[in-house]
Design a protein around this ligand. Structure first.
Ligand SMILES: Nc1ncnc2c1ncn2[C@@H]1O[C@H](COP(=O)(O)OP(=O)(O)OP(=O)(O)O)[C@@H](O)[C@H]1O
Ligand SMILES: [Mg+2]
Length: 512
């Protein structure tokens, strides 16, 4: 039975037909993976179902009955809930309070707290959420916070749960935990839509795949067990894309950037403990590590955002000091991990975002006046080069789809031809085709002689792109090795604080 049917849905934004006559169906008790390139219309289609966007044409049926969904509350009352990438939780509240307090006021002001707490507890147990209902949300990991958001939907009696790129911010272990929860939900008859750019996840969790391209429905009957990664990617992109391209450094030069004795203390303990790093010209050094082991702080220190207790930073032997703009001017470019918080200004145009941080350099400014024509021309070129899907370069970044916003940051950093590039999560939220393109451009920069430090929570990406890999664990660099020497399992062991000897021992015990 179809819980949801959407017929002939269209939606335009100024200059874009985001969703173009799409039919959508969701069966009860299935997990549907919604695939498509950046800007294909996935989020828009789901926001229509959730009442966050109006549609221009189309009809929605819930269990066969036509329904009007004008606002999220209409959707919630039907049992349709959406979990967004940016969580909307109150950190000072407990898990249970967040779940209960966020509820619609229909229960009246005087809720029976004890009873409601029990409801939350029962839900946690029933679906194996593995969370303490009394914990403060601010103390939870990202993965746990996301489970709270899902719990919230269940507390609201959701039957249909829409997850928009839920795994983009999760560690591999957290993805596994999430999938356990999703399978339990499916077993209890819930219907789930998951949007993801990681085809591995689609194959791991989905019962059926639907593909959108340029706002149009391409297929809605793909069996993920039958389709290969390449099949799925070709359907999305509409042409063939080579996935997983590996090209190691051809010639490694001298050390051009070095970090010595970097120690950062927070609340009495070492968040970064005597880190030493050397970046050679013409190589990519990848940091493998589970998020939260100091990577964020490392990036903040070596991009001038934060002053550690001790650090000796040198570019071609010269000390680098000052704040982020001093670093930029010296030829150190930075692609930050959180594009919304640090990289982009949503209310500004694509072209203005492309020069952010460089706006007073002679290239763009003349006696205090911006060179508008140059800036716009360059923006048009970069927009095409990096396939940023937008009507024009004056479009506000806030109107871009997630992956297209990411491409703007990448374009800005790479177009400056930096000597040193510090890049975090370069392809987070970016579709497969564009991810390959971005990795290709990073390699191109390397081959031109730049030194690149890559930090990514995506181990596959670290292994694909790096020439050398350093493993970070609890604020220390615990291991350093050339690419292609260790397997993902071996790196995973080091990332969780184990040793390679442990792995060998485990194998022997397993066999014997
Ligand atoms: N609020 C908005 N105003 C103007 N245009 C928008 C708005 N929201 C989305 N769009 C445009 O609609 C198109 C579809 O966007 P949507 O966010 O649905 O894509 P998506 O498939 O979710 O992409 P991604 O994988 O990058 O998240 C894009 O071209 C986008 O720029
Ligand atoms: Mg989206």
């Amino acid at each position: 039975m179809n819980v949801i049917e959407m017929k002939n849905i269209s939606k335009s934004f100024p200059g874009t037909k985001a969703v173009d006559a799409v039919d959508f169906r969701l069966e009860q008790g299935e997990i549907l993976s919604l695939l498509g390139e950046n800007g294909a219309g996935k989020t828009t289609l789901m926001k229509i179902l959730y009442g966050m966007h109006s549609m221009d044409t189309g009809e929605i049926f819930f269990k066969g009955r036509p329904v009007e969904i004008k606002k999220p509350l209409d959707a919630i009352n039907l049992g349709i809930c959406m979990v967004h990438q940016h969580f909307m939780l109150v950190s000072a509240f407990t898990v249970a309070d967040n779940i209960i307090a966020g509820d619609e006021p229909c229960k009246g002001i005087f809720v029976d707290k004890k009873k409601e707490y029990q409801v939350v507890k029962d839900l946690i147990e029933e679906f194996h959420f593995n969370i303490d209902p009394h914990a403060k949300v601010g103390k939870l990991s990202v993965g746990e916070q996301q489970r709270v958001e899902i719990l919230k939907t269940l507390y609201r009696k959701a039957e249909v749960i829409i997850l928009d790129e839920p795994t983009a911010v999760l560690t591999p272990k957290e993805v596994d935990d999430l999938f356990v929860v999703l399978k339990n939900l499916r077993a209890s008859g819930k219907s789930i839509v998951i949007i993801t750019h990681k085809l591995k996840e689609t194959k791991a969790i989905a019962d059926r795949v639907m593909v959108l391209r340029d706002g149009k429905l391409i297929r809605d009957d793909v069996d993920p067990a039958q389709a290969s990664f390449t099949d799925l990617s070709d359907m999305m992109v509409g042409r063939h894309v080579d996935l997983g391209v590996v090209e190691r450094a051809k010639s490694r030069g001298d050390v051009i950037f070095s970090v010595e004795n970097l120690t950062l203390r927070e609340k009495g303990h070492d968040v970064l403990d005597a880190i030493n790093l050397k970046l050679h010209s013409g190589e990519i050094l990848g940091i493998a590590g589970i998020e939260g082991n100091g990577q964020t702080q490392l990036l903040e220190c070596i991009t001038g955002l934060r002053q550690p207790q001790s650090m000796d930073l040198r570019l071609r032997g010269e000390p680098v000091k000052g704040g982020p703009s001093a670093f930029l001017r010296k030829g150190l470019a930075h692609i930050p991990e959180d594009r919304n918080a640090m990289g982009l200004v949503a209310s500004m145009s694509i072209s203005d975002n492309l020069i952010l941080g460089y706006q007073d350099t002679p290239e763009y400014a003349n006696h205090g006046f911006l060179r508008r024509k140059t800036i716009l021309e360059q923006a048009d070129t970069l927009r095409q080069e990096f396939q940023v899907k937008a009507p024009d370069s004056q479009t506000k970044v806030g109107a871009l789809s997630g992956g297209n916003a990411q491409k703007v940051i990448i374009a800005r950093a790479l177009s400056k031809k930096p000597d040193v590039l510090i890049v975090a999560q370069p392809t987070r939220g970016v579709d497969v085709g564009a991810s390959e393109y971005i990795r290709g451009r990073i390699r191109q920069l390397r081959d031109g002689g730049a030194a690149i430090l890559l930090v990514s929570a995506d181990l596959d990406e670290v292994m694909q792109l790096s020439d050398r890999i350093a493993v970070m664990y609890e604020g220390k660099l615990v291991y350093e090795v050339e690419a292609d020497v260790l397997s993902d399992v071996e790196l995973g062991m080091l990332m969780t604080g184990g040793s390679l000897a442990d792995l060998k021992k485990g194998k022997e015990e397993g066999n014997g």
